[in-house]
Write a protein that binds this ligand. Structure first.
Ligand code: SAM
Length: 272
């Protein structure tokens, strides 16, 4: 599925309490360990853009040498990793979810694509100086508390070669602060009706979302997320502390200007 069926925010995907306010047992596993499974393509697929087009745009934003080494952190089912490998890059896809990696492996095998798939937590993935670029796409950053999110940035910096680039494709916190992220909408998708509820909490600066799909046969499936949305200033500080500097901030992968109302916040940072 290509473009979003309606003007819905390019989703985002934490811990947590569903929006209904139901209590979650302190022993419950965090959301990011449970929701990325076979339901994901149905619940989020309709909000994804065309990955081939996104790969072309990403390569336009980064100047990568032929055959560069790229790590896709939170690669999911390989939407970007596979097209990148087809273009001759040496790609490593890292993801915590065995189910998502299973989908990625199966597709890569079908298409004869060569990608290294690694099942690892981004808070622990360390391969010093191994990569020319690191990609974090479709809001795959911000899932943890501030300390752990910062550890992810620290790992990325360590894993990049000197001069290597990080591209973060994130939600735009300005929209959250302006109340533009809060919404409840229903969109028609091939398998039924998808209800999307998003609330931005100004205090925690986390976006919480629920996606509920009612399939044509009446069966309902749902997911709930909770992601920390950082400002440009916060990210700049975090990146600087990790030995990186911000090279550009765009409002989308198209390279649009980053404004308070921009669709996304796309940050490109370089390892010093
Ligand atoms: C929103 S999806 C995006 C996937 C992919 N980037 C895309 O655009 O299709 C986020 C991905 O991050 C993965 N993920 C969640 N927590 C993770 C963690 N702690 N370490 C590594 N990957 C994680 C999920 O399994 C999921 O595949």
């Amino acid at each position: 599925m290509g473009k979003s069926p309606a003007r819905v925010p390019a989703f985002l995907p934490v811990r947590g309490a569903p929006l209904s306010g139901k209590r979650v047992s302190p022993l419950a596993r965090p959301w990011y360990e449970t929701i990325f499974d076979e339901r994901y393509p149905e619940l989020f697929g309709p909000l994804e853009r065309d990955p081939e087009e996104e790969v072309a745009k990403i390569l336009g934003l980064l100047s990568l040498p032929p055959g560069a080494t790229i790590v896709d952190l939170g690669c999911g089912r390989g939407r970007h990793a596979i097209p990148l490998s087809r273009r001759g890059y040496r790609v490593t896809g890292v993801d915590l979810s065995e189910k998502m990696l299973g989908l990625a492996r199966a597709r890569a095998q079908r298409e004869g694509a060569s990608v290294e798939w690694v099942r690892e937590d981004m808070r622990k993935f360390i391969r010093p100086g191994a990569f020319d670029a690191c990609l974090s796409l479709f809001t795959s950053f911000g899932y943890f508390n501030d300390e752990e999110n910062e550890r992810v940035i620290g790992n990325v910096s360590m894993n990049l070669k000197e001069g290597g680039a990080l591209l973060l494709d994130l939600r735009n916190v300005q929209k959250g602060l302006a109340g533009e992220e809060d919404m409840e909408t229903e969109v028609r998708v091939p398998s039924g009706r998808l209800l999307l509820r998003v609330r931005f909490d100004r205090d925690s600066r986390r976006a919480r979302a629920e996606h509920e799909l009612t399939r044509r046969d009446g069966i309902r499936i749902s997911s709930a997320f909770d992601v920390r949305i950082y400002s440009e200033e916060e990210l700049t500080g975090m990146l600087r502390r990790a030995g990186m500097r911000v090279a550009a901030v765009h409002g989308s992968l198209d390279g649009a200007p980053f404004t308070p109302g921009a669709e996304r916040m796309v940050v490109i940072a370089k390892r010093e």
